[in-house]
Unconditional design. Structure first.
Length: 386
């Protein structure tokens, strides 16, 4: 039995590797701007060097990808939660009727339904499949079903894509949303991700895609959409590392502001964001996939997430990127305990940084706040041309 299991796992790894190989991208950055330090002729780099305390063990190219494939195909029982992570039935009546109340519904992992209070429905990093993977039979498997199914969503006005990793960018989910009843959503995507969308989702139609560089802003309705620099990386294959940009998002209108972290490691980028946005009413900040410790150059621990909450002046935060896919080495429910300890250590009220259950909606009472001022390089109002 053990030999058969090992053979099956090896077959899955080979098939997964083959799927990754076939998805390669160009090695020339068509958006290269030598005046922008995070641009390179081949792609993009972070603004700041990685934290030496989180130094990754030295590995060659092939060894690193072999380790990643082993992580994706191995038994996830060691990371199973020690307590039940029960979803709640979504409040579909409220969600479909809501036009004027800011709210956030956690669908799972990094997928959120944000209702801005001005009639807009916004989805972040939609992944509704059973695996965060290029193939349906291997890769991180969903522990909890989505809090809302695709066919339970209201009409989605906009999709925010933070980067191209498989647990944030799903081909099947994006195709379904692009073909939703009532018309395709606007898609806000970092540089390079727009080209992937053109090839794989929109059949070359750029009219619904707004590509963005760091510090640029665009508009949809009364809402400003800002792409912000954070410490991370991108890849969909072993050969396209950092050819597509990554980022966090800020959503801003009179009386409402929201920060969506995407994936990020703690860096001076947080201070740079705080200098431009004096506070946020709400935030969604990753709190999972922080073990082993070298993961923290790409993800934040709950303690670092609480630090980001404080430094960005957030009214209320929710933790995301946990309890759904076994991406890190910690158990899926470990962020529950670690976040509680971090709140206590940093003197943050329990109600100010919470974890939702899959399908749960947060309907916060917002305090009046002044309009944010942000210095952005370029404003876009329509789908950008490639």
């Amino acid at each position: 039995m053990r030999r058969a299991t090992m053979f099956a796992g090896g077959t899955a790894s080979l098939a997964l590797a083959a799927a990754l190989v076939t998805g390669g991208c160009t090695s020339t950055n068509p958006y290269f701007d030598p005046s922008r330090p995070h641009h390179t002729p081949q792609g993009f780099v972070n603004n700041y060097p990685p934290d030496p305390a989180y130094k990754r063990p030295e590995q060659g190219f092939l060894a690193a990808w072999a380790a990643r494939l082993r992580n994706w195909t191995r038994d996830a029982s060691a990371r199973a939660p020690l307590r039940p992570l029960q979803p709640v039935p979504p409040d579909l009546g409220f969600i479909h009727a809501n036009r004027d109340e800011p709210s956030v519904t956690w669908i799972g992992h990094a997928t959120l339904l944000i209702q801005t209070g001005s009639g807009l429905n916004i989805l972040t990093d939609p992944v509704f499949e059973d695996r965060a993977s290029p193939v349906p039979f291997a890769g991180p498997k969903r522990h909890q079903r989505p809090g809302l199914a695709l066919d339970e969503l209201p009409h989605i006005d906009a999709v925010l894509l933070s980067h191209a990793h498989y647990d944030h960018l799903s081909l099947a989910s994006m195709r379904a949303l692009y073909r939703q009843k009532g018309g395709a959503p606007r898609i806000f995507a970092p540089l390079g991700v727009d080209r992937w969308l053109l090839r794989h989702v929109t059949d070359g139609d750029a009219s619904r895609i707004t590509r963005m560089d760091w510090w640029e802003q665009a508009r949809i309705g009364d809402l400003e959409v800002h792409l912000l620099p954070v410490q991370h990386w991108s890849a969909r294959t072993p050969w396209d590392r950092n050819e597509m940009l990554w980022g966090a998002f800020a959503l801003v209108r009179d009386g409402f502001s929201f920060f969506y972290s995407g994936d990020l490691g703690y860096s001076k980028d947080i201070a740079d964001i705080a200098a431009r946005f004096k506070r946020f009413d709400l935030a969604a900040i990753g709190v999972g996939a922080y073990e082993p410790v070298w993961y923290r150059n790409s993800h934040v621990s709950p303690a670092e997430a609480v630090r980001i909450h404080r430094e960005l002046g957030v009214g209320r935060s929710i933790g995301i990127h946990w309890g759904t896919f076994p991406m890190g080495e910690e158990r899926l429910d470990q962020p529950v305990d670690d976040l509680a300890a971090a709140r206590k250590a940093q003197d943050v009220d329990d109600a100010d940084f919470v974890l939702l259950r899959h399908g749960e909606t947060l309907r916060p009472v917002l305090r009046p706040a002044p309009r944010r001022e942000a210095s952005s390089r370029r404003t876009q109002t329509d789908g950008a041309k490639p």
